[in-house]
Design a protein around this ligand. Structure first.
Ligand code: IYR
Length: 220
């Protein structure tokens, strides 16, 4: 069986100096990203959200099966339903389902079961991982693929000047029902998107980053 190949396009030769400069600019840009929990209700154009989803969908993925679905929601009725369902799960989480060890790890973030941003922020993007295709065919490396796509989505939204919160109430099955998705899809992340509130704060704890030597070892 011969598989069709086409020429690689989209790359140009870049000097080491330009490479260094561009990667440093990208690092500086990404370092400014913060997970935000205080959102303004200022609208964000639909077009920007759609473009960011298209950027996410360029992610490398298993066998090019593109095992993702993005439900972008600005509808206030749906946001209210999501907020109510998420807060119900979070009340169970903070009220006993989470281990003391988990709650201790979360303490520096100052989070609790109240999630008003799910209604305040202009957009929620529910990201679903498709464990199977439309005809029941198995998908490969689903969580890895969708995780990479979510990273690219967050980076694109951040570069566009928007704040995000990667929210993961557990379990998130209510998202499947509210968004009308099949049981072959697993809700992976509920991404909250918008402008930060003017008086938004972030936990100081989140600014403590591991050093390069703590996260990497380079072999030459
Ligand atoms: N889903 C809960 C708890 C939570 C868990 C982790 I791990 C976090 O990094 C942050 C929160 C909540 O959103 O409050």
């Amino acid at each position: 069986m011969s598989e069709e190949q086409v020429p690689l396009t989209g790359y140009r030769s870049v000097s080491d100096e330009e490479m260094a400069a561009v990667s440093k600019d990208m690092l500086a840009m990404l370092r400014k990203r913060r997970t935000v929990r205080d959102f303004s209700d200022k609208p964000v154009p639909r077009d920007v959200i759609e473009t960011a989803i298209k950027a996410a969908a360029t992610a490398p993925n298993g066998a090019n099966q593109q095992p993702w679905h993005f439900a972008a929601i600005s509808n206030s009725h749906m946001k209210r339903r999501i907020c109510e369902a998420a807060e119900e799960e979070e009340r169970a989480f903070y009220g006993g389902r989470a281990s003391d060890e988990w709650l201790d790890a979360l303490a520096p973030l100052g989070t609790d079961a109240s999630k008003p941003f799910l209604e305040t922020a202009p957009w929620l993007i529910a990201i679903f991982a498709q464990k199977k295709g439309p005809n029941g065919e198995k998908h490969y490396y689903v969580t890895e693929s969708v995780g990479i796509a979510i990273g690219m989505l967050i980076a694109t939204l951040h570069a566009a000047g928007l704040a995000t919160l990667t929210h993961t109430p557990a379990p998130m099955n209510f998202l499947r029902e509210i968004c009308g998705r099949p049981t072959s899809e697993k809700p992976l992340v509920l991404l909250v998107v918008g402008h930060p509130a003017e008086d938004a704060t972030v936990p100081a704890h989140a600014l403590e980053k591991k050093t390069f030597d703590e996260i990497a070892k380079v072999w030459v």
